[in-house]
Design a protein around this ligand. Structure first.
Ligand code: LLP
Length: 420
């Protein structure tokens, strides 16, 4: 459920009419609902109520906006970060360093040092090489870093190939068969406190089966590591729960996920950690856009050209993703159209032959389920500005990320003297 509903024929974000935001901030603009974020944070927490003290780390990559992170920090969430930049955001949002997990396949030396200095709670190590460097750096600094080893369980997550991470040929983690020997070598190093394992097999998972298969493999590995004498106290189960993008999608309910986790991990006797992203933020945001014009296409389908483009919302171009499109003030009539942005690429297409509300030049519309992997993946391609973000709370709203105008980006570029 979310808080983007019609009131008297006009789409609102909570109690704020979307035309008010469009007038104040212009379009395109991402609009987030605090109430939806809080609700999803609570639903996910409730789903895990059968577990003993689970650690919840929001996957910052899904929506790194500072105000969004603040909302989740107030809900008791920590963070899963994959760069120094994400770490800085989580800390700036008031999350405790202790509650931050540092994942990522390519942590740089500088990032590791910064994370050690900040006192990050856990490093999710993705290779023996990385673990060796972390141990050496921590040892030199007089630290002992908490770490878990990310395992690649070689399970097909059944999701889009570009967001699948747990197959043997994906770059993430260490192969499950090599894990025991690598774990033993890392465990012997000073500077590092190996305390468990982690996995994340992919995103937008629409079935619990691959997760269960992967968790069972991890359970077997935990037993194997223990019988080799290791003390395993933490297992990070990652994120990945899918959300509903369109009518007929049937993603797993968080409660069913929680029940499966409780069943599969019974007797593991570890602190379980979770890294949800999309399931918290996806339906908590929309991309508000204005129709520039509608032009006839060949055949009888018109092109509805909106002022949002693939640089603002990359998912359709990258993953053929579906985002529901709705007029902000629908007139009750329907239209079949192709929805495209202004960018000079055929890939800048949000939908082909889509049955939509009838729209005309100047009308406002939204793309739904844009709160995760939306603004954060924006670029300035075609020298467009960086899309702004607004957070709504009841009947008030605030700009929580300003539009970065093309002129500002231009001002950061320089022509060297020798070219003058
Ligand atoms: N933990 C790790 C280690 C991850 O790599 C990810 C996502 C998550 C947690 C959060 O997964 P979630 O709960 O959000 O599924 N840009 C793509 C999604 C990429 C996901 C990358 N990793 C998209 O727009 O669909």
């Amino acid at each position: 459920m979310n808080h983007f509903e019609q009131i008297d024929g006009v789409l609102h974000a909570e109690q704020v009419p979307l035309p008010v935001i469009a007038d104040a901030v212009s379009t395109p603009v991402y609009v987030y609902s605090r109430a939806t974020l809080e609700r999803h944070a609570q639903v996910f927490r409730d789903a895990l109520s059968g577990l003993d003290n689970p650690h919840l780390a929001f996957a910052v990559k899904a929506n790194p906006n500072l105000a969004v992170l603040k909302v989740l920090a107030k809900q008791g969430y920590g963070a899963d970060v994959v760069s120094g930049g994400e770490m800085d955001r989580a800390l700036a949002a008031g999350m405790e360093a202790e509650d931050i997990v540092f994942s990522g396949v390519g942590k740089t030396t500088d990032e590791i040092i910064r994370a050690l200095k900040a006192g990050i709670g856990q490093f999710n190590i993705e290779s023996e090489e990385e673990g060796g460097e972390l141990a050496a750096l921590a040892n030199t600094m007089g630290h002992r870093a908490n770490a878990v080893l990310r395992i690649n369980p070689d399970v097909d997550a059944g999701t889009h190939g570009k967001i699948s991470t747990g197959k043997a040929d994906n770059k993430f983690g260490v192969g499950i068969h090599r894990a025991p020997e690598i774990y033993a070598r890392l465990n012997a190093l000073p500077g590092i406190n190996m305390r468990g394992v982690a996995l994340h097999i992919g995103s937008q998972l629409t079935s619990l089966d691959p997760l269960e298969t992967a968790f069972l493999k991890i359970g077997g590995l935990v037993a194997e590591l223990r019988s080799a004498g290791h003390s395993i106290t933490h297992v990070d189960l990652g994120g990945g729960l899918g959300v509903r993008y369109k009518e007929g999608d049937n993603p797993p309910e968080p409660a069913d996920y929680g029940a499966m986790v409780a069943r599969v991990t019974k007797g593991w006797n570890v602190r379980l950690m979770f890294e949800p992203g999309r399931v918290i933020a996806g339906n908590a945001g929309v991309l508000l856009t204005r129709v520039i014009r509608v032009k006839p296409g060949s055949g009888n389908l018109p092109f509805a050209i909106v002022d949002a483009a693939m640089n603002d919302l990359a998912r359709p171009a990258l993953y053929d993703a579906w985002h529901d499109f709705e007029a902000v003030e629908p007139n009750g009539r329907r239209l079949t159209a192709n929805i495209v942005g202004p960018v000079c690429e055929t890939g800048d297409t949000f939908a082909m032959a889509r049955d939509i509300d009838e729209i005309a030049a100047g009308d406002l519309a939204i793309f739904r389920t844009a709160g995760a992997y939306g603004a954060t993946m924006a670029s300035t391609y075609n020298s467009r500005g960086l899309v702004p973000e607004v957070l709504v709370d009841g009947d008030k709203f605030a700009i929580v990320a300003e539009r970065i105008a093309p002129a500002t980006i231009l001002a950061a570029e320089h022509v060297p003297d020798w070219l003058e």
